[in-house]
Write a protein that binds this ligand. Structure first.
Ligand code: ZN
Length: 143
């Protein structure tokens, strides 16, 4: 198993960065042909999600609606003043898994992987764990 730590620099307060190419590069570098790619965000005010990367308006609509559901100011008690970012982070989630086949991420035609910043700009990390399918599960079935 191999883990890559990707350095992510966000430039806006709320931002969805397309990191698909970075993840593809990590998979290529691992040399794994068949397996699972786990993408994990080790932060409490950021997230990762998979969604359309063809029309940039999807990202705009996504962040706009999230802001309506979780307004920045809403009488929160958390002293740091970024409760909205903590909430969005848990709502969207900290990890995603993508199947790797023949060395390629099995994403749909319109799918891209997004690092979601909810309290930027900041320097962030994105962990990518690549797990190889060794075929041992087939042995269990045969036994
Ligand atoms: Zn906080």
């Amino acid at each position: 198993m191999k883990t890559a730590i990707l350095e992510i620099k966000t430039s806006q307060h709320t931002q969805m960065l397309d990191v698909t190419d970075k993840i593809r590069q990590a998979v290529r570098s691992s040399g794994v042909k068949d397996g699972i790619c786990l993408v994990y965000v080790p932060h409490t005010t950021a997230a990762v999600t998979i969604n359309e990367n063809a029309d940039p308006d999807v990202v705009r609509d996504f962040t706009m609606e999230l802001d309506k559901i979780v307004p920045w100011d809403d009488g929160y008690r958390h002293m740091e003043g970024n409760s909205a970012a903590h909430l969005k982070s848990s709502m969207i989630g900290f990890s995603d898994m993508i199947i790797i086949e023949n060395g390629r991420l099995m994403l749909g035609t319109w799918q891209g992987i997004y690092f979601c910043e909810f309290d930027g700009p900041r320097h962030r990390k994105l962990l990518v764990k690549i797990m190889e399918d060794t075929g041992q599960s087939r042995l269990y079935r045969e036994l």
